[in-house]
Design a protein around this ligand. Structure first.
Ligand code: WT7
Length: 638
């Protein structure tokens, strides 16, 4: 018998569970929820109304997610490694934190936060590198009921300030700096810039890591290490886990949409916990003792759900890697697999494609014999990359799970279950129990049957569904629940094949997916337009061999400063400053005008086609105000 009674064991079992989850969802999830630790049981398993964008799971229940991730495992398996940390520099020492140690450190830091007056419901911004203290900070917030908002280290001071202001965060947890490959990123310096416009922040706690010189403002900035010492002298190492309502907000994670302003996706406590755990246990078919390596950054939802909450709630061993796949060389992932005899590797297609480009040399004489499961996430995987992953890493012996999900979904919605349900290259395949996908046409009519394509919606809530967008529930409703009546709209296009398997074909809105990172075209345009001399811009995606999508910007520029290439560099610097280096366009084409309709709407379809190189077939251009501009743009194509 599996340690997890709800772990699906065969295709027939999957079909049975799926059927039950659709026919009797409340009974289904109530039964699964008994596998967690509650302080008080729920009154209702589910209350929902998509038309007002409201969902509640297990309402009335009380719990703390850290008791589920830590305390209960400390009782049964205190010496099991919870987190194994591999540093950026392979010559530095790795670290292992057992469940006992992690529990202790989380309580210590939770007490440090309490010493600074951080309490239930407060928002805490976390901007750190991939070190164990990041996971400790996240869990310490959850311990005392503070709402964490982790911001990826690649975002600029301006982006951080926007997010801190939106959430009115009262505390920031950061590091002096972070290592990434041969670079070191001055995190505290970026925070200092951000905080100039963030009066809500009263406390900054700084963990030392790179030991880069940093400014420390008296009364506001405190060293992590000093705060821990203070807690130690206070004597009592215990920190009571705050009693949280099932629907209390656990965290905010900002993500891009089709408007210029990122939105704070809010997840709640109980539903998110159940979903992260259930999907982790079933998709990866995790077995006790295995080491799970999710290569994502904790600044993204993948890291939240499959480095921290999913694995830890399951008592698993989660490997956390500070560095990048190509440092010190393109064999780094493979070194890590061998060093820790990993069973599970979960990464992004963009990483696979990039490593594929280094050929077979880095793979020579490798021992991958412990690997059992491979996974991908973040973007559609092309067949070539899938085959390479399967042959060179999996040795045709490891199921590959192609996991489709979103920041808003909390955990995986559509994926094969490793070795249990069938895989099909480039297909996410079947929905998890509890997930009811539908395809709809432009008019919102459901497209029935198999061998069809449409826009992907979900017609019934699953426990991990987004609860609101922070501070603006109406935005949540209009973004996700108003495009189609009574459906959650994903923003993805999708195909359902003859066997009823799903294949995600990519975004149908103005959102780009660059190296698995979500970037709104409007956001990039706003940033470009802030550059002096820029009159207008239009940003579209184009196929990129490694990144999946590249960013192509058409820019009307009237400035006279230096030559064209210098201007390009200046614009890139502006985008870096406003959003962060991850949003820098790959190509900038200067144009004298943009193709617009008579009502002034930019015809992105045409710009997309040109960026993709499909200049022969631009479709209907008869509604254009000035068809001549298209010829100019075609000629100047990069
Ligand atoms: C978007 C969500 C889910 C965590 C990482 C990204 C795309 C995600 C897949 C997949 C094809 C995928 C979708 C989705 N996407 N996984 N397996 N196959 N596309 O989270 O930043 O919220 O982005 O990523 O377009 O909508 P995110």
């Amino acid at each position: 018998m599996s340690k997890y009674p709800y772990q699906i064991s065969s295709f027939e079992d999957y079909q049975r569970q799926y059927k039950k989850s659709v026919e009797n969802p409340e009974e289904f999830w109530a039964e699964i929820a008994t596998n967690f630790q509650w302080k008080q049981p729920w009154n209702n398993v589910l209350k929902w109304d998509f038309r007002s964008a409201k969902t509640e799971w297990f309402s009335g229940a009380k719990l703390n997610i850290t008791e589920n991730c830590l305390d209960r495992h400390v009782l049964t398996q205190p010496d099991t490694p919870a987190i194994i940390w591999e540093p950026n520099n392979p010559e530095d020492h790795h670290r292992v934190l057992t469940y006992r140690e992690l529990h202790f450190k989380v309580m210590q830091f939770a007490n440090a936060l309490k010493n600074h007056g951080v309490k239930k419901g407060d928002r805490v911004c976390i901007y750190m590198g991939m070190i164990p203290e990041l996971a400790i900070a996240v869990l310490a917030c959850a311990r005392i009921g503070a709402i964490h908002s982790v911001i990826f280290g690649g975002f600029s001071a301006q982006s951080i300030a926007d997010r801190i202001q939106d959430a009115q965060a009262s505390a920031v947890i950061t590091c002096d700096g972070a290592f990434r490959g041969n670079k070191s990123i001055p995190l505290k310096e970026v925070i200092d810039d951000a905080l100039m416009s963030c009066p809500s922040v009263k406390t900054v706690i700084v963990c030392t890591h790179t030991r880069t010189p940093v400014s420390m403002i008296k009364g506001r900035d405190f060293w992590w290490e000093d705060e821990i010492k203070k807690v130690e002298t206070q004597g009592n190492p215990y920190c009571e886990a705050e009693s949280m309502d099932a629907e209390d907000e656990l965290f905010i994670l900002y993500t891009s949409g089709s408007t210029g302003k990122p939105k704070g996706v809010v997840h709640s406590t109980a539903g998110y916990m159940v979903w992260a755990n259930y999907t982790f246990v079933n998709v990866f078919q995790y077995q006790p003792g295995q080491v799970h390596f999710c290569t994502a950054d904790i600044g993204w939802i993948t890291g939240h759900s499959y480095i921290i909450y999913g694995p830890l709630s399951a008592g698993a061993t989660s490997l956390m890697f500070e560095g990048i796949p190509t440092y010190p060389d393109a064999g780094r992932f493979w070194d890590i697999i061998e060093k820790y005899k990993l069973e599970i590797l979960y990464t992004a297609p963009t990483a696979i494609r990039s490593l594929m480009g280094f050929g077979d040399e880095p793979l020579k004489n490798r021992d991958f014999s412990n690997l059992k499961v491979l996974g991908t996430v973040g973007e559609p995987i092309n067949e070539e990359a899938w085959n390479w992953y399967n042959e060179k890493i999996g040795h045709n012996n490891c199921p590959i799970v192609d996991t489709w999900w979103q920041t808003e979904t909390g955990g995986v919605l559509i994926s094969n279950l490793a070795g249990v349900t069938p895989a099909k290259p480039t297909f996410a395949t079947y929905p998890l129990p509890g997930v009811q996908p539908v395809l709809v046409d432009e008019n919102g009519n459901e497209i029935l049957g198999n061998g069809v394509s449409g826009n992907l919606c979900i017609k019934f809530p699953w426990p991990g569904i987004i609860r609101t967008t922070y501070g603006d529930h109406e935005r949540c409703r209009t973004t996700y629940f108003s495009a189609y009546d009574n459906l959650y709209f994903t923003g993805d296009g999708c195909l359902r094949d003859e066997d009823g398997m799903y294949r995600i074909t990519g975004r149908v809105d103005d959102v780009l997916n660059v190296s698995g990172h979500r970037i709104g075209t409007a956001e990039v345009e706003n940033a470009i337009n802030m550059h002096a001399g820029v009159v207008e811009s239009a940003v579209v995606g184009y196929p990129h061999d490694i990144k999946g999508q590249g960013i192509y910007a058409y820019v009307i520029y009237t400035g006279t400063h230096g030559d064209v290439n210098l201007t390009r560099q200046d614009i890139l610097a502006t985008v870096s400053r406003v959003i962060g280096p991850i949003a820098k366009p790959d190509k900038i084409q200067f144009v004298s005008g943009l193709p617009k309709t008579r009502s002034g709407k930019i015809m992105r379809r045409i710009l997309r086609k040109i960026a993709e190189g499909e200049i022969g077939n631009l479709g209907d251009t008869s509604t254009l105000l000035d068809p001549m501009i298209v010829d100019e743009i075609k000629e100047g194509r990069l």
